[in-house]
Structures are given as C-alpha cells and as structure tokens.
Design a protein. Structure first.
Length: 182
C-alpha cells in the first residue's frame, strides 16, 4: 500500500470518527432536551391526574357549599322579581299588616357583588302586627336584608286607643348566580 492510499484511508477513518463524535453529541443534546421535556410533562400530568382523581371529592365539597349557601340566596331567573315581591306580600299578610305599596327593581351583579332585587315597601298596621312582621322578616330564609327603615306613628298618642304606624322599608334580596343553579 503506498503512502497516498494510507493517508487517504486514515483521512476517511478520521472523518468517519469525527462524524460519529458529532452525531453522538447531537444525539446527546437531543436526548437531554427530550428527557427534560418528558420530566416536565410527567410532573404536570401527575398534577392533572391528582386533580382528576380529586374530582369526586371536589363535587362533594361543592355540593356541601351549595347546600350551606342556598338558604341565603333567592333563586334567580326571569320571574325572580315577581316571586320575591310575592314572598314579601305573603310575609306582610301573614302578620296581619296591610301592604300599601311595593316596588321591586333588579340590580345587576357588579364588582364581585351578587345580583339582587331592591324592594321598597310601605306597610301599615297596628304596633303588634308590625312587630310580628319585622320578627318574621328577620327569620325569613332566604333573607330580605333591611337597608333602610322609616317608621311613622299614626293615631292618637293619648289614651288606650289603638296605636298604628306606617313602616317604609328598603330591602335587598340577594340572588343566586344563574350559572350555579342546576
């Protein structure tokens, strides 16, 4: 074998070795990237598996929370305004007082506050009936939150005659979010 052939053979072998080293380095870089990406995905998938496995527990806790909150919120819907106004009328009639006027205005949910119905009602009756109405109003579930109350006494202030009064209330009835109701 002559010198040029040997040198050409050595050159080809060296080029093959350099190519192999370069391929090995490229393979190592790709493998390291793949391995780190797989590690990240595994940790994320384990967290997602944990959330999925906790699903039934979350549903139980959500149902429990709904059961606790539901008595404090009036049902929302297209008839909510009329239904809430009718509940107030029923409370007034049950106490024996007389509803003189009432007005209900819906208020949309803003800034994290629940939507509500703002009610204004004027009620007349003797003291005992108005006291009974206010007691019933305080124990009513879902509640009517009293925002303002004005009381005007009517009738004679002397003697044992009947004492009557006119009570003007501004109430708020919080509504459950419609997307939560099922």
């Amino acid at each position: 074998m002559n010198a040029w052939t040997r040198r050409a053979l050595v050159g080809v072998v060296l080029l093959a070795l350099v190519g192999l080293v370069m391929a090995a380095l490229a393979y190592r870089a790709l493998w390291t990237g793949f391995d780190s990406a797989q590690t990240k995905l595994e940790s994320r998938s384990e967290r997602l598996d944990g959330v999925v496995n906790a699903g039934p527990d979350i549903e139980v806790l959500l149902a429990s929370a709904r059961n606790v909150v539901a008595p404090w919120l009036h049902p929302a819907g297209s008839n909510a305004q009329n239904d809430i106004q009718q509940q107030l009328r029923s409370l007034i009639m049950a106490s024996g007082a007389t509803l003189v006027s009432s007005q209900a205005v819906p208020e949309p949910a803003v800034d994290g506050k629940l939507a509500s119905i703002r009610l204004t009602a004027t009620v007349m009756g003797d003291w005992a009936k108005l006291v009974q109405f206010m007691e019933n109003l305080q124990t009513q579930r879902p509640p009517f939150w009293v925002r303002n109350a004005s009381l005007l006494r009517e009738g004679s202030s002397v003697g044992n005659g009947p004492q009557s009064a006119r009570l003007t209330l501004q109430l708020e009835a919080p509504l459950a979010p419609e997307k939560v109701q099922q």
